[in-house]
Design a protein around this ligand. Sequence first.
Ligand SMILES: Cc1cc2nc3c(=O)[nH]c(=O)nc-3n(C[C@H](O)[C@H](O)[C@H](O)COP(=O)(O)OP(=O)(O)OC[C@H]3O[C@@H](n4cnc5c(N)ncnc54)[C@H](O)[C@@H]3O)c2cc1C
Length: 421
Amino acid sequence: MINCESRSVVVIGGGPAGLSAAIAAFDAGAKDVLVLERDTRLGGILNQCIHNGFGLTLFKSELTGPEYAARLIDMASERGIECRLNTTVVSVAPDKTITCVSEEGVFSITADAIVLTCGCRERPRGAIGIAGARCAGVYTAGTAQKLVNIMGYMAGRECVILGSGDIGLIMARRMTLQGAKVRAVLEIMPRASGLMRNVVQCLNDYDIPLMTSHTVVDVLSQGGRVSGVVAAKVDNDMRPIAGSEFLLPCDTLLLSVGLIPETELAREAGIGLHRVTGGAEVDDTLMSNIDGIFCAGNMLHVHDLADYACLESEVAGKRAAEYAINGGVTRGAFTSVECGDGIRYAVPMKILSSGSGSITFTARPSAEYALGRICIEADGEEIYSKREAGIRPATMLRYVLNSAQSDKLRSASRICIKVRE
Ligand SMILES: Cc1cc2nc3c(=O)[nH]c(=O)nc-3n(C[C@H](O)[C@H](O)[C@H](O)COP(=O)(O)OP(=O)(O)OC[C@H]3O[C@@H](n4cnc5c(N)ncnc54)[C@H](O)[C@@H]3O)c2cc1C
């Protein structure tokens, strides 16, 4: 193993979250920031998202994924931030030694602070246990997206899509535009799980049926390739209803059944994971339980919009730079954030009593509300409240608290975020 350079801040993953963290770390005074990316180019998942709809919050314009990535890449290169491509991080130790593999071989880097921004992975067929033939023609929607948008291969001619997450909805439109027939999008829940704008723009505009409370119970094959799927209606407990089965002939089944934060490196480093998000558990500086290792982007929790992944990562990058420049921080006591009515999870999960600056909350609703009020309470006192229309589990909520509100949270022994009707 080649040993061993050292850096103040190392960012692992060169997607939008990683680039934003690196830029923020540099702007906060860390001058020897390094980004490690296993792919041949920067930009992460954005490179295969050739549709528009990115950047409305961050850049105030509607961009495609590659255009959005290009803006961040330019900002990193204007600052002279070093980004090493074709470099896979294989382990991160709690003492912040990073082991990498590249064409040069295996080498290690020590860092004063690390930001993990490794993105997420798609839930595969094995994770949802669909019965039937193990044949060609079953892809995750993201794999099909890469085949079509980057490699120039059609994944199939007649598709059924299982799951109405955003990738599935976007791929329903992409496959249609490329000349395929999308027979239906099946969703086991009673509502679409992706953003409403994607339901309208990707399904309704192309007359693609969305069949809620439906799932696939069997995959049929002929000559080693999918020849159809058997769909069925499900009951309130999401169990297929006997007698409701019907055949949908197709040669391709695309799965859009959830994303899971990529936590291999985090787990090996001893980072505690959150039981709901599956990502790291962090305090309000986005630091994990391991001193000096920060987490952000889809690796922390799966975001609906790249803008929010970037804004979150700016916090992680800035805090990582402060940690590196000050030679660490003393963390002391913290209060855990409780999720009350209508909230599935909130990030950060802990508020440090010794912290400073404003706190940003991201929360995922657990239910639909036509109109609700988001409340953040410190020791039972409502210190922040906002009315929101159209609260849905598919849409993340994000609130930036001012300094006075943040200070109240820091001195509280009980913190709760909830929805009131
Ligand atoms: C199909 C699809 C459509 C979307 N559409 C929209 C949209 O219309 N509008 C919008 O705002 N958002 C959209 N999003 C969401 C947005 O793209 C994500 O929120 C954002 O890309 C997350 O950024 P990230 O940097 O956390 O992850 P990623 O973009 O996944 O980047 C992670 C990076 O880490 C690298 N990496 C991982 N492990 C290692 C390792 N061990 N060593 C080195 N490098 C590593 C990966 O190669 C990758 O480059 C979409 C997402 C998808 C998947």
